[in-house]
Ligand binder design. Structure first.
Ligand code: ZN
Length: 378
């Protein structure tokens, strides 16, 4: 597709390579959103019924246990609100924070305030920073937009690991297609094999301590350990602005200025790197969710993305210094041809072959259709 085109309903456009449009100019991601909405109905009555069932299920499973679910916390709106709602619904969550060295002070304060006020235990998992930074550098050198994948894979892996150790069957996630859309897989393809490949090609050592998560491990956690990922915020009315106000009032929670901006690396990746190297503006994804739901007007959303995120040269200089990346190395990365996950060895073919099995597991309520929509739905 050569000609520029934007969806008639949401903000996604031909900067997403896998986008396609129907006769009315509505994109495939909007259709994917509508399919998810059928599964996670937002009709007040049905949603409440589903929510009550879920809570009962988690509670029954957690009888005589210290914790009945795990919530990964970053200090941002989604994760802290998930923790808040879990506690308010009578669950016994264990909070887990993965310290990858890039969290802001606001993020740490938000987590500390939340666990104190909600009386929740917290495990902080500190990643091997030398390995992690080398891996982030490798992803930059691979010239792919997915530079947050090392962090995404690690957090999923750590949550599964702790859940398995503590015999907890539910991992509650704050990610929501309603409030933040679904990131196209070419912008963020999350896969442990991909991590291995990029590290082998561009890394400087073997990954010894990095918590990778391969498909085999996911199968083990899902079928042997019976652990389920739940996109928790889809089960109740969730509006980010309302949630921020409430968290501020009740937990002394502070806002940091944007989706995922609680982490400096992610802030820079979204606000500078992806825009300047790939012409990718991830805010189009996160704003498309509320636009599709009619919670934000498209004009308002377009106004927001017309303003560049406030990232100056000092932030880029700081990132390069932390990554121990010279200006010359970085200039070479910026000048190198753009690649995608399809240029590297991943598990994508395997996932595609497993499509019928994945569908079956969704029908049996073992896997969430959110994953299916992202990797196979369009
Ligand atoms: Zn659309």
């Amino acid at each position: 597709m050569n000609q520029y085109k934007m969806c008639s309903r949401c903000l996604l456009d031909t900067t997403v390579k896998s986008i396609s449009f129907d006769d009315n100019g509505v994109c495939n991601f909007c259709h994917s959103h509508d399919r998810l909405l059928e599964y996670y109905s937002q009709n007040d009555y049905i949603r409440k019924k589903n929510f009550d069932n879920l809570i009962n299920n988690i509670k029954i499973n957690g009888i005589n246990k210290q914790y009945d679910c795990i919530v990964g916390v970053s200090g941002g709106t989604d994760s802290i609100y998930t923790l808040y709602m879990a506690v308010k619904s009578g669950l016994k969550p264990l909070a887990v924070y993965m310290d990858n060295g890039w969290g802001t002070n606001i993020a740490t304060e938000n987590i500390q305030n939340a666990i104190k006020k909600l009386n929740v235990d917290l495990i902080t998992y500190t990643i091997d920073k030398t390995e992690f930074i080398a891996l982030q550098k490798a992803f930059l050198k691979a010239a792919v937009p997915c530079i947050d994948v090392p962090a995404d894979v690690a957090i999923s892996s750590v949550l599964y690991k702790i859940a398995a150790e503590k015999n907890i069957k539910f991992i509650l996630s704050g990610a929501s297609f309603i409030t933040e859309g679904t990131v196209p897989k070419e912008w963020s393809y999350i896969d442990g094999t991909y991590i291995k490949t990029v590290n082998k090609l561009f890394g400087n050592s073997k990954l010894k301590n990095y918590p990778n998560l391969t498909i085999t491990k996911i199968l083990y956690y899902t079928f042997v350990k019976g652990i389920k990922q739940i996109p928790f915020t889809n089960f109740f009315h969730y509006d980010k602005n309302e949630a921020r106000e409430l968290l501020n009032k009740e937990l002394n929670w502070q806002y940091y200025g944007g989706h995922h901006y609680e982490n400096i690396f992610t802030f820079w990746a979204i606000g500078w790197y992806l825009i300047n190297k790939f012409g990718i503006d991830k805010r189009k994804v996160s704003l498309s969710g509320p636009v599709r739901m009619g919670r934000l007007s498209k004009d308002e959303a377009l106004k927001i993305i017309s303003i560049q995120p406030p990232i100056d040269n000092d932030t880029t200089a700081y990132i390069l210094q932390e990554l121990k990346l010279s200006k010359e190395e970085f200039d070479n990365i910026i000048a190198s041809p753009n690649k995608s996950y399809l240029d590297y060895k991943t598990s994508y073919n395997l996932i595609r072959k497993a499509k019928p099995l994945i569908k079956f597991l969704i029908d049996k309520n073992i896997l969430t259709p959110v994953i299916y929509e992202k990797y196979l739905g369009y």
